[in-house]
Design a protein around this ligand. Structure first.
Ligand SMILES: [Cu+2]
Length: 303
């Protein structure tokens, strides 16, 4: 590829990423940088990242610039004679203290952010996330609502060897490519609500990761990890398993559908009604509800 062409491609991709980052949460090809996300935590992380990046860039430019300048201006052909001293206490004190100050400047806001991230107190609800090879089980703790969330059928058919189907054609209703990024049952959550997550694993280590929330949480069998989020605006937020968990690791995406509080309450009520109906059907003798009782058990591999 010619340099001019690749530069223009990168520039196009950058502007596309910028526009896309503002318009929607889907990842785009050639995307750079983290998403700023939709929570206070994710924005704080984004700002910290930019702050540190600027700091590193300035230090890098100064140090490398000084080196290049010195090598060029004090070269042998110009008659430069190297200095013969071995120690300079003043210089050593400066190059010890200045980096310490810079590190402290970076550490204080980073540590404050970490403390905030670990504070799950005063959360309004708890969602239990359970990683299972290769899907997620979500439980709304204390609500009696739980379900499995797995790769949507279109992606699943397309990814099958020799399917002949085009991954570029797997899109959502707005035309965004959601190949391997869509599920059958998204995790529905209310906005403007502090939600505590307890995350664990059934079989091997998985990791629950939605970039727009700003954190990853390992899902470790026998261990319960905690985290929380408070989503600012309704929308669809996508993520993936972020811990290599076996053969189908790439096929267990995460989709969170954030909705206004009232809409969430009515959705939850609907799910409760559906699950208690299913319980009744399973508990009732076959004679009482023959049709429902027979229809209720779902074959493990119905698809
Ligand atoms: Cu996994």
């Amino acid at each position: 590829m010619k340099p001019a062409r690749s530069i223009s491609r990168i520039a196009t991709a950058l502007s596309a990423a910028l526009v896309a980052g503002m318009a929607q949460a889907n990842p785009v090809p050639w995307q750079l940088n983290l998403p700023a996300g939709v929570t206070a935590t994710s924005r704080r992380i984004y700002d910290l990242h930019n702050f540190t990046l600027i700091m590193c860039t300035v230090i890098g430019v100064l140090v490398i610039g000084a080196m290049i300048w010195s090598m060029f201006h004090h070269r042998k052909s110009k008659g430069a004679v190297p200095a013969q001293f071995t120690h300079n206490t003043t210089a050593e004190v400066i190059w010890t203290i200045v980096p310490i100050i810079l590190l402290v400047i970076m550490t204080i806001p980073a540590t404050q952010t970490l403390f905030k991230m670990y504070d799950t107190s005063d959360s309004a609800m708890t969602v239990k996330v359970n990683g299972v090879q290769w899907m997620w089980r979500y439980e709304y703790v204390g609500q009696g609502v739980q379900f499995l969330s797995r790769l949507d059928r279109t992606s699943d058919r397309t990814r099958t060897l020799h399917s002949g189907l085009n991954p570029a054609k797997v899109t959502d209703k707005d035309g965004h490519n959601v190949y391997l990024l869509d599920v059958d049952h998204p995790l529905v959550l209310p906005v403007d609500t502090k939600i505590r997550f307890v995350v664990t694993g059934d079989d091997v280590i998985h990791s629950w990761w939605v970039p727009d929330f700003g954190w990853k949480q390992d899902a470790i069998p026998g261990v319960i990890g905690e985290n929380w989020t408070k989503i600012d605006k309704p929308g669809i937020y996508r993520g993936q398993c972020a811990e290599l968990c076996g053969r189908d690791h790439g096929f267990m995406p995460i989709v969170v559908k954030a909705v206004p509080k009232a809409e969430f309450q009515s959705w939850l009520a609907q799910q409760k009604a559906a699950s208690s109906a299913a319980d009744t059907a399973q508990a009732a003798p076959a004679a009482a509800l023959p049709a429902v009782a027979q229809a209720a058990p779902v074959a493990p591999n119905a698809h």
